[in-house]
Design a protein around this ligand. Sequence first.
Ligand code: TNX
Length: 500
Amino acid sequence: MLVPAPASITASGAAPFAVTPRTRIVVNDVAAVPVGVFLARLIAPSPAAAISVELMTGLTGGPLPEDAFVLQLQPAAAAGASQAPDLGSQQAEGYTLSATAARVVVTAPAPAGLFYGVQTIRQLMPAAVEHEWLRRKTLTVPAVEITDAPRFAWRGAMLDVSRHFFGVEEVTRLIDLMALHKLNRLHLHLADDQGWRIQIESWPNLTRHGGSTEVGGGPGGFYTKAQYQEIVRYAADRFITIIPEIDMPGHTNAALASYPELNCDDVARPLFTGIEVGFSALCVESEHTERFIDDVVREIAAMTPGPYFHIGGDEVKRLTPAQYELFVKRAEAIVRAHGKTMIGWDEVAAVSLDPSSVIQYWRPGAPKGNLGQTGKVIFSPANKLYLDMKYTPATAIGLDWAGRVEVRDAYDWDPAAMTPGVGEGMILGVEAPLWTETVARRADLDYLMFPRLAGAAEIGWTPQARRSWEDYRQRLAAQAGRWTALGINFYRSPQVPWAP
Ligand code: TNX
C-alpha cells in the first residue's frame, strides 16, 4: 500500500516478482547507477552479500533481462510527458513502473524519477525490507502497472534546530524518512532567539556564544561548515534540496547576544531560553547589520547548492512598517547578489517584492498583503501543516495556538481551494514545519511528525482527484509495520484503523 498514492496504479493479480539469489539490478545509463546502488543496499540480505549494479547501455529497445530490476533513463519517458526536452520539474520526477514475475522495470526521464520509482518498489515490498534482520524473508513485489508524477514541485518539511538543537544523525535520519515519502525539500530553521546553529567564519561568536544554549537551558549546539555540507550531500543523494533559513530581523536574540554592534544601543542582549516571540530585532538602519547580513548570506550561500535562501521575516513587533520594508528590500537584494532566490514567511507579502521571490504562507486568516504577487507561494498553513500543533488536548507534546490538528485535519484539505486568489498555478507546493519549543528528543519529534508528515507528502504528490480520507486512512494503517521496523515512534491516532 502506497503513501503517497500514485497518479495511477493497476494490479494485474498475476504472480509477483520475487527477489532470489539470482536477482540482478540493471541500469541503462551511468547517471542511473547511484539509484541502482540505493536499491541494491535496500534489498541486500546483509552488507556482506551486496548485489552489484550492472550497466548495460544497449538496453533500450532490446530484450530486457529476466530476474532483474531494470532502471532505465529515457529522456521523453515522463508520465504524460510531451516531447519537450526541457521537462518541468514535476515531469522530471515522474516515472512508470511495470512489475511482473520476470522483472520490475522503472522508466523515467531523469534520475529523480527512477529514485521515486525505487521508493515505490520499497513500499510495495513487505515491511521486512526496512529491517536488516528481517530481510532474509522473501522479498516480493506484486504485479502492478504504475504511471506516476507529483502534483507539486515543492514537497517539504521544516525542522527548527534553534529552539532545540538536533545533530547530523537526527537530520540524516529525517532525510531518510522524507525520501521514503517522496518529499524533496528540507528547510532548516538555523537561527532564532534561542540559538544560532551554523558556523559563520567571519562572525565566530554567533556559534561560540549564540549557539551555546537552547529552550530550557540545555547545551544547544551547532553545525560546523563541514557538518552542514555533509547534510547537504546526504540530502542531494536522496534528491532533497536543503533550504537554509536565517530568521531576521526579528527572532534574532542569539545574534544580538553574540555581537553588541547588532543592537541599536550597542549593548549585547542576554541569551534567551524561554519561548516568547517578537521581542528581538536587528538594528536595521546600521551598517554593521548590513555587513552582518551580507557575510552570513554569502558564507551560507557558498556552501548551499540549492537555489534558495530563506530570510524569515516573521513576527517582527519592534520595527515600524517602514523599517520592516527597508529590511526586506535590503535582504532580498543581498540574497539575489549572492545568486539565490529569496524566500520569506508571509509577512513579507506586505512589501513589494522582486518577481523571483517566494512567499511561505503560514497564517490562515491573518492580513497577508499581496500573497500572490510573485506567483510563487509555499503552503504551510498552521492549522493544517504545523507539525508542532497537538493532535488532541490529551496529547502531551506540542503547542495549540493554531488549534489541535488530528491526522484527518492535516490531510483532508486542498491547497488550491484554501485562499481566494491563490490557485493551483501560483502554488509551488506544500511544506510541513516542525517548531521545536516543546520537542527535545527524537521520540517526541517522531510522534509529532508521524503520521502527519506522510499526509503532507500525499497532499504534495498525489493529484487532488485521487485523494480521499477513507482510502488514505486504510493505506496509512498499512504503514504501521514499516514504520515500526524503521523505529518510528508514531502517534496511533484513533482515526486510523491500525492493524492490532
Ligand atoms: C510561529 S511560524 C512562529 C515560530 C514558532 C511557531 C510555533 C513562524 C513563521 N513563526 O516562531 O516557533 O509559531 O508554532
